[in-house]
Design a protein around this ligand. Structure first.
Ligand code: GLU
Length: 415
């Protein structure tokens, strides 16, 4: 099943539970606009190579379309449509005045030189510039895109005549209009939700083993934050594989090693009793909390039954399939869904946009002070809905989002 079909299934399921007006389901099941672009680049070898790019604008009833751009060899239109739809839901779960969008380029950026990467990034903005802008559609980082890429995007957009519009993308470096706390925002937001759950259910960090799949921006910050809160990190992985250590891993050490050696798999020699294992093996190991911070479709009907964690935190988008959701639910494993767990990222992107538009910048403390209540309230609302309907957290998060979207769509009209 395509990722977009899974997304439609999630919408349909939640809609049935809440008895949502079928017209709203129909509108939310179709992106408002999709765009595919060809991106010819002169490679260092002298040849011209044409890459394919996408931008999907799912819904903007709440405000400008908002969502990241991923650079990945396997990205396709169906995937980007799913990711854009989740962005609409995500912004609505946390109640920020933004809609949902997403973009992508079919490329493995690790195979490009810095010059090629810059050319490709600038070309993408040239191609989509008519559709984006701080009041229209605001891209951001996602898988394999980073602050440097955002800086090129903003620069290219402004070069095209849009003076002082650096709010066209978020996730920029601090010195060119980025926001404090944006780098760790996805993880910080997930950690705020986890703290609430821990408080409600008496989870003691020092007795709680955590495995983190994925050690990119979200995974590595999550490892640091949870270690600071006293959790015992027993396993981590990246695209090259993972390490598991009963006695616990030292998060700052792992981060340092990842930065220096490029992969956590080269860090295991630093520990005794450490096991090297694959990504698939790692997520089945013993732990209380499993943080999924890599890619989609990691837990499927094939491996769901072997998951031992009690809680799954989805920092990645779509790491658990709808079929796996059912199996995990039967096993009593709570899945804190992506549209809630990783919404801290887009929330601080919203703060960045607000700061850019006012040309006035906030302290790191202010960012945290404003992010926390948004995440905590979003969690409380979802938890209440879950109790009311006796449903999963994912269904409750979709209901929470769609209640708001329905109000907005009905007030504004959508025909
Ligand atoms: N790519 C991130 C996400 O999936 C962030 C999006 C944003 O900041 O706009 O939520």
């Amino acid at each position: 099943m395509s990722l977009f079909k899974s997304t439609l299934k999630q919408i349909q399921e939640a809609a049935e539970i809440m008895k949502l007006d079928q017209d709203i389901v129909t509108v939310l099941s179709h992106p408002k606009r999709v765009l595919q672009v060809s991106l010819p680049i002169r490679m260092d070898s002298g040849e011209i190579k044409v890459f394919q790019g996408f931008r999907v604008q799912h819904n903007d009833v709440a405000g400008p379309f908002k969502g990241g751009i991923r650079y990945h060899e396997q990205v396709d239109m169906e995937e980007v449509k799913a990711l854009a739809t989740w962005m609409t839901m995500k912004c609505s779960v946390v109640g920020i005045p933004l809609g949902g969008g997403k973009g992508g380029i079919i490329v493995n950026p690790k195979t490009l030189s810095k010059r090629e990467l810059e050319q490709l990034t600038r070309k993408y903005i040239d191609r989509v510039q008519a559709l984006i802008g701080p009041d229209r559609d605001v891209p951001a980082p996602d898988v394999n895109t980073n602050p440097q890429i955002m800086a090129w995007m903003a620069d290219e957009y402004m070069k095209l005549g849009n003076l002082n519009k650096n709010g066209v993308v978020t996730g920029k470096p601090l010195h060119v209009g980025g926001s404090k706390g944006r780098d760790e925002a996805t993880s910080r937001g997930g950690a705020y939700v986890l703290s609430e759950i821990a408080k409600e259910r008496g989870i003691k960090p020092e007795n709680t083993k955590v495995i983190i799949q994925g050690f990119g921006n979200a995974g590595s910050h999550m490892a640091r934050i949870l270690a600071e809160e006293g959790y015992k990190i027993v396993g981590v992985s990246d695209s090259k594989g993972g390490v598991y250590c009963e006695d616990g891993l030292d998060a700052p050490c792992m981060i340092k090693c990842k930065t220096e050696k490029g992969t956590v798999t080269k860090c295991e020699t630093m520990y005794n009793h450490c096991e090297s294992l694959s990504n698939e093996e790692l997520i089945e190991k013993d732990c209380e909390i499993l943080v999924l911070a890599a890619l989609e479709n990691q837990i499927t009907e094939e491996n769901a039954d072997r998951i031992k964690a009690k809680y799954i935190i989805e920092l990645a988008n779509g790491p658990v399939t709808p079929e796996a959701d059912k199996i995990l639910d039967k096993k009593g494993i709570a899945v804190v869904p992506d549209i809630l767990a990783n919404a801290g990222g887009v929330t601080v992107s919203y703060f960045e946009l607000v700061q850019n538009q006012n040309n006035y910048y906030w302290s790191a403390e202010k960012i945290q002070r404003r992010l926390k209540p948004i995440m905590v309230n979003a969690w409380k609302r979802v938890a209440e809905i879950q109790k009311k309907y006796h449903c999963t957290l994912r269904q409750a998060a979709f209901i929470s989002a769609m209640v708001r979207l329905e109000e907005m769509l009905k007030s504004r009209g959508f025909e």
